[in-house]
Design a protein around this ligand. Sequence first.
Ligand code: SF4
Length: 296
Amino acid sequence: MLEARYYEKLADEKVRCRLCPHGCLIYPGRAGICCIRFNDGGVLRALTYGRISGMQLDPIEKKPLHFFHPGSKILSIGSIGCNLACFFCQNWQTAQVKDVTSARPAVAVEMMTEPLSVADLVVEASKLARAGNIGVAFTYNEPFIWFEYLLDAARALHETGQKVVLVTNGYVDEKPLREILPYIDAMNIDIKSFSDPTYRRLGGRLDVVKRTAEIANDSVHIELTNLLVPDMNTSSEEITSLVNWVADRLGPQTPLHFSRYFPARRGTMQATARGTLSTAHGIASKRLHNVVLGNI
Ligand code: SF4
């Protein structure tokens, strides 16, 4: 198992992970909040390095990226684990490991994933060029917690002229973000809400995600997704605040996708009403040029 990056060794074999703003203090034999960074006798291990939970060739619009090589395909892969805990998680079967199994972290990884080396990933993606593939999208679970594999794979993919896409919650520390950005071509960043109390309920912080989007926007193509969840983030005031930040800090050409929630995980409310998405589209279109509705 590969030793993880971005952590500190502490007394009594404890470690502190510095990959994301949780800064988990991890005791020997335990994993961090994301379930896949594990303290092995005082050494932090990246349990999911070279382990995937799924792989398929998708239209790039499905990521969703509508303004980055439209009409192309992208080989999409994911692993397991997440550093947020959204009660409505639409990908909980791979992201929320503890929902799936109570097995020890290394056993859970073994059960839920299969091996895929960086070299094999590059070959697989290259072979699919004939089918319209432009590279690899890291998606399905949070890619930043897969940092070591992501970095090695992104570098190798760039060496062969392929594109690298992240579909991310943006909850990462600034240093690892800046280290990996030169090897990333496009990102879809999920803005869960424009209310910090709501973000904290999901296990994150709004300021961190805004910072990630603003930094990424300086060097890569970004699109944003806001999953509209009933009774959580659908007020006109909240949508207006989100849209004003996008227009003022990222630019009015930044694509914003409003996506329709469906019941999943502990989210038992009915699917978002189509009228709610239309209202959000109307608000956003007053200031943004590229507003897209998804999952409708
Ligand atoms: S990446 Fe995982 S272990 Fe590290 S601080 Fe974030 S949640 Fe904790």
